[in-house]
Design a protein around this ligand. Structure first.
Ligand SMILES: NC(=O)c1ccc[n+]([C@@H]2O[C@H](COP(=O)([O-])OP(=O)(O)OC[C@H]3O[C@@H](n4cnc5c(N)ncnc54)[C@H](OP(=O)(O)O)[C@@H]3O)[C@@H](O)[C@H]2O)c1
Length: 304
């Protein structure tokens, strides 16, 4: 259910309100997924979508505290701004420099990030192995790209190669990761964390030497944009994980299938970050299959 920021204060404290905060927010599938989970476990809770951007976020959070909300998710463009609006940050929020889940612990707002573990679980579910066993080519260095790269390093992936259309952004991300993981067992070398140019030849070479390519670009959301990779560039034995789901991944999926490679969309990532958020709020195991069914039956366009 959609809720305007101005109406937050008119909500009763029961059923306990939860929400996803973002802009645009109409397309978000979090409400159907989370409401299905609350209903399945018989919890008296109501999950809303609230259209709010970075500018309005602080005011909205003040209101969410007053009702009070049980917790909320943040999506584009609010994940970074939410870090400073929390009273405390869990280790995951510090590691990712972004918050996608807030728990309200007796008035203390605690920021968490479940995007990385959500991606990792989805990879294991789709391909039967995780980032620790995979040489990864990562396309994209935006919010999702950063979360995936961080999780890959936390799980000691043997090789991470990054390409981004705008090379400055990839360079920034690598500098940040190298600083964050400068010492200790997770420290990276120029060999196992590097960037390549966003050019066919460099990409093709990297893909031949990889186990999986992860698409963390938003190219699929632009109907006019070409697929991020053409079929001729994709080795048939490659695993392909697209963080996009629904209609946005159709063109890329077509290229991957033409190449004969193994493809997974990003629905599992959405599902598992949501399931982890649900457990943080309720302390209960999330009914993952109920949540998955809710997602699949509410997708605008069928997907795998
Ligand atoms: N499944 C999930 O749970 C989940 C979670 C989060 C995000 N996502 C998906 O991940 C994607 C990225 O999200 P985000 O939050 O990282 O967005 P973002 O911060 O805006 O970053 C967008 C990224 O896409 C690249 N890009 C955009 N258009 C492109 C094109 N035509 N060709 C090549 N690269 C292009 C950008 O490259 P430049 O730097 O060159 O502009 C940048 O790396 C979105 O499609 C989103 O739906 C899925």
């Amino acid at each position: 259910m959609r809720l305007k920021p101005d109406n937050i204060l008119s909500l009763p404290a029961r059923p306990v309100p939860y929400a996803v905060l973002g802009s645009p927010i109409n397309h978000s599938l979090s409400p159907v997924m989370q409401q299905a989970a609350f209903d399945q476990l018989g919890l008296e809770a109501r999950y809303f979508r609230i259209e709010v951007d970075e500018e309005g976020l602080a005011k909205a959070v003040t209101r969410l505290r007053q009702v009070p909300f049980g917790g909320w998710n943040c999506t584009v463009p609010n994940k970074v701004k939410m870090v400073e609006l929390c009273d405390r940050r869990a280790e995951s929020a510090e590691q990712f420099g972004a918050v996608n889940t807030v728990t309200n612990e007796k008035g203390v707002l605690v920021g968490h990030n479940t995007d990385g573990t959500g991606w990792s679980r989805a990879m294991r579910e789709a391909f039967g192995r995780g980032p620790d066993e995979m040489r990864i080519v990562l396309l994209g260095s935006g919010g999702a790209g950063r979360a995936i790269a961080t999780q890959a390093i936390l799980e000691k992936c043997p090789e991470l190669v990054v390409a981004n259309r705008n090379p400055a952004r990839a360079r920034d991300m690598l500098a940040h990761l190298n600083a964050q993981f400068a010492d200790g067992p997770l420290a990276r070398t120029a060999q196992n964390l590097r960037m390549i140019r966003w050019e066919d030849e460099a990409l093709e070479k990297a893909l031949r030497e990889a186990d999986v390519v992860v698409n963390a670009t938003s190219a699929g959301l632009d109907p006019k944009a070409a697929p991020v990779l053409q079929a001729r560039m994709i080795p048939g034995n490659l695993l392909v994980f697209d963080s996009v789901y629904g209609a946005g991944c159709a063109k890329f999926r077509q290229e991957v299938e033409t190449a004969g490679a193994t493809w997974s969309d990003g629905l599992g990532m959405l599902l598992h970050q949501g399931a982890a958020a649900f457990s943080l709020w309720t302390g209960q195991t999330a009914p993952v299959e109920i949540m998955r069914r809710a997602l699949l039956s509410n997708l605008p366009v069928p997907t795998k």
